[in-house]
Design a protein around this ligand. Structure first.
Ligand code: MG
Length: 308
């Protein structure tokens, strides 16, 4: 019998094929306040991640360790890339979604809807057609900890889609604090986490799933429930398994919503991404630290695979 290391908790035999018995859980960066927004830049051999309260986007590479990528990040939270490889991020402080151009200039993509300011965009994904999908809970304006305290002008219920032609629309409007989101590898399903249990009683900690029908979403039955804490950031692997943040670590679900296993992390996890030289390292932002663990599967996002 193979003995798994103590940070791996197997709930289904399928999980044993996604991890490795020799895998170690490494802290690659620490000493932050609330880490979030990990995104892999294989073309630069580095990871970027946010430390929201300190208003910094950090850079980590195997060769050079940790450095500051951007100071004064305006409480930047979630990050992703578009198909041109540009960094796209959510700023609590400016209450907008921005793109960093190749020359370093920052372009505001969305900051208001229906004549009113957004709350505090939290996490973002870009589909292969160039549309930008993001969640807009109120976490970044509830206090001065990870933004500036303000009265919301929008309900804390909306998920938005910014079309390539610049039109902004609400695609879901019945969340309570929508949070992380990610596409299935074929982009036919969009998973969105409901983190409202932090905000109101009786809101379940579920990951909802939606069929993507052009520029609209059609809800299917809830995908999965998180049994410890609430779901925040998520990523899919190439086989379509969904890896979600939770209070006790990263939970891995099969395409059918079955909990396959957990990577147990000693701090509350906010988000994760795939990357590394072979595309099979998982980088996990968890409260004050960033962890790395080898997983035996690559990420669904094309830029996390070494040959793309
Ligand atoms: Mg989030």
């Amino acid at each position: 019998m193979i003995t798994m290391p103590s940070h791996l908790e197997i709930h289904d035999d399928r999980f044993a094929k996604l991890v490795h018995p020799m895998s170690t859980l490494d802290v690659i960066a620490e000493g932050f306040t609330w880490t979030e927004g990990p995104v892999w830049f294989g073309d630069h051999g580095c990871l970027l991640f946010s430390d929201i309260p300190s208003q910094r986007i950090m850079r980590w590479s195997e060769a050079e360790g940790v450095s500051v990528f951007r100071a004064g990040s305006c409480f930047n939270n979630g990050n992703t890339r578009d198909r041109q490889g540009r960094l796209v991020g959510c700023r609590h402080g400016a209450r907008d979604v921005v793109r960093t151009e190749f020359d370093g200039a920052v372009t505001v993509l969305a900051s208001a809807f229906d004549g009113k300011r957004l709350n505090s965009p939290n996490d973002v994904v870009v589909s292969s057609d160039g549309a930008v999908w993001f969640t807009d809970p109120t976490y970044g304006i509830l206090s001065n900890f990870e933004g500036y305290r303000r009265e919301p002008e929008q309900a804390n219920r909306n998920v938005y889609r910014l079309s390539p032609d610049g039109a902004l629309s609400v695609v879901v409007s019945d969340f309570t604090q929508p949070n992380g989101l990610c596409f299935s590898p074929d982009e036919t399903t969009l998973y969105i986490s409901e983190s409202g249990s932090s905000h109101a009683d009786a809101v379940p900690s579920v990951i909802r799933q939606f069929a993507v029908e052009g520029d609209a979403l059609r809800e299917r039955a809830p995908f999965a429930e998180i049994d410890t804490g609430l779901p925040d950031g998520m990523r899919c692997d190439v086989r379509g398994n969904l890896w979600s943040s939770a209070a006790d670590g990263v939970h891995c679900f099969g395409k059918d919503g079955t909990l396959l296993g957990k990577i147990l992390i000693p701090q509350v996890v906010s988000n994760l991404c795939f990357g590394g030289p072979d595309g099979q390292r998982m980088y996990i932002t968890a409260t004050r630290s960033v962890y790395r663990v080898f997983v035996d599967v690559g990420g669904a996002e094309p830029w996390t695979r070494p040959n793309d």
